[in-house]
Design a protein around this ligand. Sequence first.
Ligand SMILES: Cc1cc2nc3c(=O)[nH]c(=O)nc-3n(C[C@H](O)[C@H](O)[C@H](O)COP(=O)(O)OP(=O)(O)OC[C@H]3O[C@@H](n4cnc5c(N)ncnc54)[C@H](O)[C@@H]3O)c2cc1C
Length: 512
Amino acid sequence: MPTMRLQTLSLRALLFLGLWHTGRRSLASAPELQEQPKKIAVVGAGIGGAATAYYLRQEFGPGVKIDVFEDGSVGGRLATVKIGDYEYETGGSVIHPLNLHMKHFVDKLGIPQRKDVPSKMAIFDGKHILFEESDWFIVNFFRMLWRYGLNFLRMQMWVETVLDKFMRIYQYQQFGYSFSTVERLLHAMGGDSFLTLMNQTLEEAMMGEGFSQVFINDIVAPITRVNYGQSVRINGFVGAVSLAGADSGLWAVDGGNKKVCSGLLYNSKSELIPARVTSISVKVRPSKRGTPVSLYEISYVDQSGAAHSLYDIVIVATPLHRGKSDITFSGFSPPIPSHYPGHYHQTVATLVHGLLNVSYLGTTEAASEFTVSDVLTTDSNGSIINSLSSLDPVHIPKGYKRPPASQANVWKVFSKKPLSQEQLENMFLSYDSVSETKWLAYPAYHPPHRKTPPFILHNRLYYLNAVEWAASAMEMSAIAARNVALLAHHHWHEQKSKIDQEDLHTRLRGEL
Ligand SMILES: Cc1cc2nc3c(=O)[nH]c(=O)nc-3n(C[C@H](O)[C@H](O)[C@H](O)COP(=O)(O)OP(=O)(O)OC[C@H]3O[C@@H](n4cnc5c(N)ncnc54)[C@H](O)[C@@H]3O)c2cc1C
């Protein structure tokens, strides 16, 4: 349908040019007559919590006090480690060019994007290099065509189709629409096709579209392994997000992605409370008007001991899963669990400063000629690592050139388990520094998928990280942040017409 395509393209183009931020939201929202909330708490200062604080400020204005509780470091899963004189990303590292919230944040905060350093990819099956990217696009194109027929081009088209639907969320949010569950949000974007994707594996979805098994094993599996540490049996939706992560034009934030989090907290004039939230309970208090109101009491532990505080609205922006947080919810009916079913997948990020042993990759190439920056791996039993990448610092110094493998460099290894000394010695001829981060990184995806946790835990208590069961990514947390801020606003001001509306795509067609 060529006309559809043109329309979608123009929507995308307008969104990308930033025209989605033209103030539609304020035109769309009704005048607010009711009193504003006085205090709002956000639990967690990762990108989800920081973006929530930013959007809450947009929705509720300057009068409300926003407290953000953080038990660890601002940034959460966006983190860096220092090796020698430079900092390196150890958690969430790349951002898709069409991740419009992340793009808006850096523009708004005036943080530049990191200078791009050209990269080169290879695929390793645990014994040999199966495929090594050439510096020449045309060579890669014909190699792919020869090995996998049109699978490669068709994969790009398939991901484009998913992305086109995904982009609709920006328009909905700009018009102030919000969703009470992850399923409703997905359905509004992509209809039944997105829900189907959530309930089948990526492998099933792609086989159903006619992709070959060899292409899925050789190309798709290495991408899901580097992005989610898991096989092609993750759900089809997160699989498509993962494949979009292999697009060109990926970017990162100069100085480290976590800078966006501290920037958003500052911009939103929130107060950062370095403390661990231990429980959230509902309390009924008399109001000035005589009618009782329910408030949320947050109990927390900081350096000086235990304390508590009352809030009108609370947003939980950390996964409610074993090992990720341990918050007790009391006084709620029906009860709210501290931990929802399902667990988070462990990915160990090991950053090594040393000399790579290129023969570990089964190549006879001289180290001085080996300029591959990203080695992805197939799902074969032989491969103990998910990926091996030459890392650039978070700030690229002037004149920086990535060194070839014959020179000592910083390498990042993703693996399911920590690497033993023997494994490190096999991979590196020598090394002088090793930094290991054990991440409970993202959900372990096992479709068909059970019902995701809700965005709304109680009247004015919201849960952002429910979204990770569709897909875990910085932009997904940012989308959920805007969604919960809108939900909080609409509940407070009783604007039910802005929640869970059906058929928005048709209704808003032509509005841009
Ligand atoms: C190794 C790795 C690689 C990744 N790569 C990418 C990538 O390239 N691109 C991408 O888009 N995404 C990537 N991701 C995913 C992305 O990093 C996450 O989806 C995103 O950062 C989640 O942000 P969040 O704020 O929702 O959660 P988190 O970052 O987990 O933030 C939650 C915060 O809550 C705090 N907290 C927990 N409990 C409490 C408590 N009781 N009281 C107070 N504070 C508490 C935690 O300390 C934490 O700071 C990657 C993740 C990992 C681990």
